[in-house]
Design a protein around this ligand. Sequence first.
Ligand SMILES: Nc1ncnc2c1ncn2[C@@H]1O[C@H](COP(=O)(O)OP(=O)(O)O)[C@@H](O)[C@H]1O
Ligand SMILES: [Mg+2]
Length: 247
Amino acid sequence: MKQQPILKVEGLTKSYGEKIVHNGVSFELHENEMLGLFGGSGTGKSVVLRSIIGLEQPDSGSIRFLGQELTSLSERELFPVRQKISYVFQNGALFDSLSVEENLAYPLRAHTRLSTQEIKAKVDAMLTLVDLPDSNELLPSELSGGMQKRAGLARAIIMNPKVVLFDEPTAGLDPVNTRRLCQNILNFKSRGLTGIFVTHDIASAFEICDRIIILADGKIAISMATEEMRSSNDPLVQTFTSGAHIR
Ligand SMILES: Nc1ncnc2c1ncn2[C@@H]1O[C@H](COP(=O)(O)OP(=O)(O)O)[C@@H](O)[C@H]1O
Ligand SMILES: [Mg+2]
């Protein structure tokens, strides 16, 4: 029997004023799967991710997470959901006035009963995993762009979420830092990370994602295993794999 999806998005519609952004967006995410989400600029990729964590309310449609309908939840009911589904913001979204260590310790202090030593050990282990072993005392402003994104990744993952949503995590990074971040994500993937990876960076997506979906004209127009997409002759797929969508 096929495994139940961890996340099931069905028939999402969303308009802003006259502008129809989503016109029936449906897809599934399975456990231990990394799902790539492609789409031209302004097609509504970020709105998909924001809807999943309840930062946007769809006009209609359903988002089920582990069987629970999310679209009808109140802010308060969304609280536990946002601990299980974490969102990696573009710049890492670190607290400016807190050190890297304090940024990572923050959710552990707020939501777990771990001791100070246990928290410190977890933070140190996580910083090592994202290649930031000696950055505990630094402020976000003292980190390079690549380091900020890796610290943001560490903070998003430290609570051991069920699903991680990545919104263009490599945007603005040079090739070396892009590779480092992708290597970090692959390491977490080998430990069972499940997530959605929104990106224009086709090479990174091909490396990280098991399956890729393409959002076009308000719908998921394509859903393919990454291997299948590599050799696909579909014109829409080729627009993306050739990079023509960003020219
Ligand atoms: N809060 C909002 N108010 C009005 N329009 C919005 C809002 N959020 C997104 N949009 C519009 O929805 C469309 C999709 O946005 P977005 O999901 O950010 O696109 P992208 O695929 O580039 O991530 C864009 O045209 C954007 O202007
Ligand atoms: Mg976006």
